[in-house]
Design a protein around this ligand. Structure first.
Ligand code: PHE
Length: 478
């Protein structure tokens, strides 16, 4: 290639860019929804334990592979160990698939920004609005293309001038907004008649906070605990953008004097704080205005439940809604940038082509892909039952293959490669190469050799529905 490899300017730029990738719809939408479903504080506790054990192991491994090889996944794995290029290729497929639908979701969020800006908030709160929008023919396509264009411009501008500059601007703002709305959410109050008892009652934001932070052990069975653990685990993966080559690519842009262990810690901290505050922002608000029923909204939480909450807030609701959706759009943008960057970086190495050309070609291809995904809700509509029992359309299938199927496989194989073939020392040497202190090295070795492979294998079996088959089989015997 001959060209000097691009890099982030230093630790701060890198941490913010990586946090930009990590903080996304997963933190703001998926995390609060899982916490509400999985017993509040109990989920929080398990999640935090997983972040410092699993999260840091996976993140450090990806970053070290990237920085040591200075390559993106396809060639990086080949350089770690001859013959392991196939793992790089599997890893490359994850962002390739995610990119087909990420701009579509970004487009939905952008649509909500515009609807609140134009004063149409009450429409968004009406029943069936969201479904009506995503099943319409033109609008979702236009918004997705707009979002993809914004992403492409940033990637086109390169690592330091595009990605780092955008993240340095966006991430601090996002952080302040989320804390602001979370505090506002705690001050909310609603008085009305309880539909069940018919009595007058008041619900406050602080009541909602209690539901969120106090562990709920009611009806906790071994099976349910296991389910919460798996939910927290898959959330962690998705949230930290690990096991998809993204952190390998970002790691390859990190200068040699950066303390990787410290940087990884800061990325995890940023990501977890945003997730925890997102829960503090959403759960009390939904609880105050919708009670426990609002909590079961699941994936529709931000597009269906929240507009109703904003409506109930009165005139302040519109302002909060605009600020909220702008923030989510920003969070999604920096994540989408990291997905496209990873694809572009791999292709630049693969085809020895310049960034601008590769970005342009990828943009054209993904415009087509986004259009197809949008049409998955009307022209190409079908209902497919996935191996884990949920029913989905095109978008859900892409999401399923990348997150539930490929990601456990990549981290399983990657843990085997590091833990057993090149040995954990390979990573530890990279992390401590400037004499850095890495106290957790023993935990790291233990995790990558034993815990990660076993758990990934279980996660993989769960996602292809093996446990359900076994249960059905046993139930069938009696
Ligand atoms: N980590 C992002 C989040 O928490 C999601 C993401 C997934 C980003 C895959 C990039 C790639 O939302």
């Amino acid at each position: 290639m001959g060209e000097k490899r691009s890099s982030f300017s230093g630790q701060v730029g890198f941490v913010l860019a990586a946090a930009g990738s990590a903080v996304g719809v997963g933190n703001i939408w998926r995390f609060p929804y899982l916490a509400a479903k999985d017993g509040g504080g109990l989920f929080l506790l398990i999640y935090i334990i997983l972040v410092v054990t699993f999260g840091s192991t996976l993140l450090i491994s990806d970053l070290a592979i990237g920085r040591k090889t200075k390559l993106s996944s396809i060639y990086a794995y080949d350089k770690v160990k001859k013959g392991w290029k196939f793992l790089g290729v599997i890893t490359f497929f994850v962002p390739t698939l995610i990119m087909t639908y990420y701009a579509v979701i970004g487009g939905w969020i952008t649509k909500y920004v515009t609807i609140y800006l134009s004063g149409g908030g009450h429409k968004a709160a009406s029943n069936g609005y969201f479904n009506g929008f995503i099943t319409s023919k033109m609008a979702p396509i236009c918004f997705a293309i707009f979002f993809l264009a914004a992403t492409s411009v940033i990637v086109y501008m390169g690592v330091e001038k595009g990605i780092e500059a955008a993240s340095k601007f966006i991430m601090p703002i996002l952080f302040v907004i989320i804390i602001g709305i979370a505090i506002f959410s705690l001050t909310l109050k609603y008085t009305g008649t309880d539909p069940v008892t018919g009595k007058e009652m008041t619900r406050t934001g602080l009541d909602g906070l209690k539901i969120y932070v106090f562990p709920d052990f009611d009806g906790l069975t071994v099976q349910r605990f296991f389910q919460i653990l798996l939910d927290a685990m898959s959330q962690l993966f998705f949230s930290l953008s690990v096991a998809m080559g993204i952190m390998i690519t970002y790691g390859s842009y990190v200068k040699d004097d950066v303390n990787l262990n410290k940087a990884a810690g800061q990325i995890e901290l940023f990501d977890s704080i945003v997730a925890i505050f997102a829960g503090m922002m959403i759960i009390p608000a939904v609880y105050v205005f919708m009670g426990m029923d609002g909590m079961s909204a699941g994936p529709g939480l931000i597009f269906i439940s929240l507009p109703k909450v904003f409506e109930a807030m009165g005139s302040a609701g519109t302002v909060v809604a605009v600020v909220f959706f702008v923030m989510v759009a920003f969070a999604a943008l920096t994540s989408c940038v990291s997905v496209l960057e990873t694809i572009v970086a791999n292709c630049m190495e693969l085809f020895h082509a310049p960034r601008q050309k590769v970005t342009a070609i990828c943009t054209v291809l993904y415009t087509a892909a986004s259009v197809i995904i949008c049409l998955g809700y009307n022209v190409f509509y079908f209902e497919k039952t996935l191996p884990n029992g949920s029913v989905g359309q095109l978008l859900d299938i892409m999401d399923y293959i990348s997150n539930n199927f490929l990601m456990p496989i990549t981290s399983l194989l990657s843990a085997i490669l590091i833990g057993w073939i090149v040995k954990p020392k390979w990573v530890i040497d990279e992390v401590t190469k400037n004499g850095e202190d890495y106290k957790r090295r023993y935990i790291y070795s233990f995790m990558i050799k034993f815990v990660v492979p076993v758990v990934m294998f279980i996660l993989f079996l769960q996602s292809i529905g093996v446990f359900d088959h076994i249960r059905n089989f046993i139930v069938g015997l009696f």
